[in-house]
Design a protein around this ligand. Structure first.
Ligand SMILES: Nc1ncnc2c1ncn2[C@@H]1O[C@H](COP(=O)(O)OP(=O)(O)O)[C@@H](O)[C@H]1O
Ligand SMILES: Nc1ccn([C@H]2C[C@H](O)[C@@H](COP(=O)(O)OP(=O)(O)O)O2)c(=O)n1
Length: 668
C-alpha cells in the first residue's frame, strides 16, 4: 500500500496481462459476522485483508469470538447465541458493513456495548435501523447526535408479535443488518416467524440478494415476497458451512474492466484478464459488466474470470439508472471522461451518504480534469473534456474515499498524456490496499517513467537523500553503487582481482548478476550480503570494477529495469550523465571532503564496522580521484544538473530542497 502524502501516476497507455483481485468486502464482512454468530468453526478462504475487514475481525475478537488469521484464510470459532464478553467498546472505523449489522446483532443479543467510528462514520445515518430495532424492543441510545453513531446498546425485551418495519430507501444495509441479526431471535424456543416489512422503495437490491444467498449458505432460508416483505421462519438457526470461499470483489473489478475498455489496443489480441470473479457472481456490482459493454467494452467471461478489451472508441456515452450498481457506477463516471458525448448516471442519491458525498466529490474532481459536470440530488451528468485540448493535469482530492482514489487513477489514461496526482492514496486500504501496485504491474506508461537522479562523490549523502525522496514520492529506488559493490564481491568470490586483465570475465559475471533486492536487504546468489558490501574494502573494489568499460556496459540493462511505474529515484555517479540522460531532475550532491570522511566514519562505527578516520580520508581521496578521472562515465555533474552542497544542511533540509525542485517541475 502507498503510505505517501500523494501519488503521481504518469500518463498510462494500456493494460495487459492478468490481475487477481482481492476478496469482496461485502461478502467478507457478512461471512465473518455469520461465522461469528454460528456455533462451531468456520474456515473462511480468500478473505479480503483491508481496513474494513480488520475492524470487523477486531470487533469479533473483542466480543470473545475465536479468530485466527493466516494470510487470506480466517478460522472463526463462533459465539453461538451469545457473546462471551457482555461488555465491550467497539471501534468500527468507517466500515458501514461492520457498523450496521453489528448494531443489529448486538441489540438483539443484548449486553453493554458502545459502537463508534471515525468522524465521518458519525455523520452517516443509522436512525432508520435504530428505530426498527427499538420497535422490536431493543435498547439503543445515541451517544452523540440523534440518528447517528456513536451508539450504546443495552438489554432488549424482544417482541415479535408485529412485523418489523424498516426503511429501504436510504440504505439497503439497514435491511441487511436486520436479516443477518434476526435469526438470533427466531431461534429462541417458543418464538414465532420473524417478519420484516420494507417501508419505501428498496434501493441497492443486489446487496440484499448477497445477504440472502449467504444466509442460505449458513442454513437460514429467508422467504421473500417481492422486495417488500421478508420472513425468517421460526426455529431458523445459523449452521456453519464448514468452509466458505469469498469471491473477488466485483466493485474492485470495475476499475480494471474500465482500464481494459479504455486501454489502447496493444500487441496481442487478448486485452486484460481479471481473475477471481466471473459474470455469474452473486455480487450485484457484477452488472457493471453490462454498463461497460453499453459504453463499448468487449468483455468475455468464464466461471471465475473476465477478459476485457477496447471495443468502441471513443466510448459511447450512456444514460443509465444506476440504482442496481451504486458503488461500481462511480467507475462509469470516470469512463464518461472518454465518451463521445455527455453521460448521465441517474438514481444515485445513495452516493450522498457514503464515505463522502460522492456526487459532490465526483463533480468537483472531474471538473479539475477538464470535464463539465452537472449534478443534482440524485444524478450526475459528465461531459468529457475535448480529447485534444480539453484535458488538464490535476491533483485529485480523495475525501478519504477509496473509490474516489481508484476512479481518479483512470484519468491517467488521458489522450493528452498528462500525469494525475492522487492525494492520500492510502485511502484505498478500505477495500483494496494494493490497488495501485496491481495497476502498475499491468499498465504501460505512455511517456517514459519519471526518474530523479542523485549523483555525487562518496559519502556525500546520496543514498540517504535518494532513499528518503523515493519514500516520500512512493517511487522505486536504485542504489547503483550497490550493483558495482555486488560485482566487486562476485569477482572476489570467483577469485578474480578487480583489474583490467579480468575485465571480460568480471563483465560476464555482472551481466548475469544473481541479485535480489527486498526491502533494505540484498542477496547475491541466495546469500544475504547487505552488510558485507558496505565495508570500505568493498567500496574500493566497487570503484575498481566500475572503471572497467565492459562492466559498466554489462550493468546497463539491469539499471534501466529499475525504471518502473510510478517512478524511480536513482543514485550513483553517472545516473544523470549516462544511464537516465532524459531524467526530468538531476541533482549533483556534494559536501566538503572532511565532512564526508567524518560522516562515513560515524556511519561505519554505528553499524559496528571498525574504521580508522585517517585511512578513511585517504580512501575517500583515492576514490574521488579514480571515480572522477576514469575514461568511461567519470563522476561529473550533468550539464543540466542542479548542484546541492549539503555540508551545512540536515538530511531533512536536503530532502525538502530536492522535493521542492521536483514539485516545481510538475504540472499540478
Ligand atoms: N545532509 C546530511 N547531513 C549530515 N549527515 C548526512 C547528510 N546526508 C547523509 N548524511 C550521513 O552521511 C552518511 C553517508 O551517507 P550515504 O547516504 O551513505 O552517502 P553516499 O550514498 O553518498 O555514499 C550517512 O551516515 C548519512 O546519515
Ligand atoms: N553509478 C555508479 C555508482 C557507483 N559507481 C562506483 C564508484 C564508487 O566508488 C563505487 C561504490 O559506489 P557507492 O555509491 O556504493 O559508494 P559510496 O556509498 O558513495 O561510497 O561504485 C559508479 O561508478 N557508478
Amino acid at each position: 500500500m502507498y503510505d505517501t502524502e500523494f501519488l503521481d501516476i504518469p500518463a498510462l497507455r494500456s493494460v495487459r496481462g492478468s490481475v487477481r483481485l482481492p476478496g469482496s468486502k461485502s461478502i467478507s464482512n457478512r461471512v465473518l459476522l455469520l461465522a461469528a454468530l454460528c456455533e462451531g468453526r468456520t474456515v473462511v478462504h480468500d478473505l479480503l485483508d483491508s481496513d474494513d475487514t480488520r475492524v470487523m475481525l477486531d470487533a469479533l475478537r473483542a466480543l470473545g469470538c475465536g479468530v485466527q488469521v493466516d494470510g487470506s484464510r480466517a478460522t472463526i470459532d463462533g459465539l453461538g447465541n451469545r457473546p462471551r464478553q457482555p461488555q465491550a467498546e467497539l471501534f468500527l472505523g468507517n466500515a458501514g458493513t461492520a457498523m450496521r449489522p453489528l448494531t443489529a446483532a448486538l441489540a438483539v443479543l443484548g449486553g453493554d456495548y458502545q459502537l463508534r467510528g471515525i468522524p465521518r462514520m458519525h455523520e452517516r445515518p443509522i436512525g432508520d435501523l435504530v428505530d426498527a430495532l427499538r420497535a422490536l424492543g431493543c435498547t439503543i441510545d445515541y451517544l452523540g447526535t440523534p440518528g447517528y453513531p456513536p451508539l450504546r446498546i443495552g438489554q432488549p425485551a424482544v417482541r415479535l408479535d408485529q412485523p418489523i418495519g424498516v426503511r429501504g430507501d436510504v440504505s439497503s444495509q439497514f435491511l441487511t443488518a436486520l436479516l443477518l441479526a434476526l435469526p438470533l431471535a427466531a431461534s429462541q424456543p417458543g418464538r414465532r416467524d420473524v417478519v420484516i416489512e420494507v417501508v419505501g422503495e428498496l434501493i441497492s437490491r443486489p446487496y440484499v440478494e448477497i445477504t440472502l444467498q449467504l444466509l442460505a449458505r449458513f442454513g437460514v432460508q429467508v422467504q421473500r415476497e417481492g422486495w417488500s416483505r421478508f420472513t425468517i421462519p421460526q426455529g431458523s438457526r445459523y449452521r456453519s458451512p464448514g468452509d466458505i470461499h469469498v469471491e473477488a470483489d466485483a466493485s474492485s473489478a470495475s476499475y480494471f474492466i474500465a482500464a481494459g475498455a479504455i486501454s489502447e489496443p496493444g500487441r496481442g489480441p487478448n486485452g486484460l484478464k481479471i481473475e477471481g470473479v466471473g459474470e455469474q457472481s452473486i455480487q450485484g456490482d457484477i452488472r457493471f459488466v453490462d454498463a461497460a459493454r453499453a459504453m463499448g467494452a468487449e468483455i468475455d467471461s468464464g466461471p471465475n474470470w473476465l477478459q476485457v478489451r477496447r471495443g468502441a472508441w471513443p466510448l459511447k456515452a450512456i444514460d443509465l439508472d444506476c440504482n442496481h450498481i451504486p458503488d461500481a457506477a462511480m467507475t462509469l463516471a470516470a469512463m464518461a471522461l472518454y465518451a463521445d458525448g455527455p453521460s448521465t448516471l441517474r438514481n444515485i442519491a445513495s452516493w450522498r451518504v457514503k464515505e463522502t458525498d460522492r456526487i459532490a466529490a465526483m463533480a468537483t474532481e472531474l471538473r479539475k480534469l477538464g470535464a463539465q459536470v452537472e449534478e443534482g440530488t440524485d444524478f450526475i451528468r459528465v461531459t468529457p473534456p475535448d480529447s485534444t485540448t480539453g484535458w488538464r493535469a490535476a491533483s485529485l482530492h480523495t475525501y478519504d474515499d477509496h473509490r474516489m482514489a481508484m476512479c481518479g487513477s483512470l484519468a491517467a489514461f488521458n489522450p493528452a498524456r498528462l500525469p494525475v496526482r492522487i492525494q492520500d492514496p492510502r485511502c484505498v486500504g478500505k477495500t483494496f490496499p494494493d490497488y495501485f501496485e496491481t495497476l502498475f504491474a499491468i499498465a504501460e506508461p505512455s511517456t517514459p517513467v519519471p526518474v530523479l537522479c542523485v549523483d555525487g562523490p562518496t559519502a556525500s549523502g546520496k543514498g540517504t537523500l535518494a532513499a528518503a525522496v523515493a519514500h516520500r514520492l512512493g517511487y522505486h529506488y536504485l542504489d547503483s553503487g550497490a550493483l558495482y559493490r555486488l560485482t566487486g564481491l562476485a569477482a572476489r568470490q570467483a577469485q578474480l582481482e578487480p583489474e583490467p586483465v579480468n575485465e571480460a570475465e568480471i563483465a560476464a559475471l555482472a551481466r548475469q548478476l544473481p541479485v535480489q533486492f527486498r526491502a533494505d536487504r540484498v542477496w547475491l546468489a541466495g546469500e544475504e550480503v547487505t552488510e558485507q558490501i558496505r565495508s570500505e574494502a568493498a567500496g574500493m573494489d566497487a570503484s575498481r570494477v566500475s572503471a572497467l568499460p565492459s562492466v559498466r556496459e554489462a550493468l546497463l540493462n539491469l539499471q534501466h529495469s529499475f525504471a518502473r511505474l510510478p517512478g524511480l529515484v536513482a543514485d550513483g555517479r553517472d545516473m544523470g550523465t549516462q544511464i537516465f540522460p532524459f531524467a526530468p531532475l538531476k541533482v549533483f550532491l556534494t559536501a566538503d571532503a572532511a565532512q564526508r570522511a567524518d560522516r562515513r566514519h560515524k556511519q561505519l562505527i554505528s553499524k559496528g564496522i571498525s574504521a580508522n578516520i585517517d585511512s578513511l580520508r585517504a580512501d575517500l581521496a583515492a576514490r574521488d580521484a579514480r571515480d572522477s578521472s576514469r575514461s568511461v562515465a567519470p563522476l561529473q555533474p550533468a550539464q543540466d544538473a542542479l548542484l546541492l552542497d549539503n555540508s551545512q544542511l540536515s538530511v531533512e533540509e536536503s530532502v525538502d530542497r530536492v522535493l521542492g525542485w521536483w514539485q516545481a517541475r510538475q504540472p499540478f
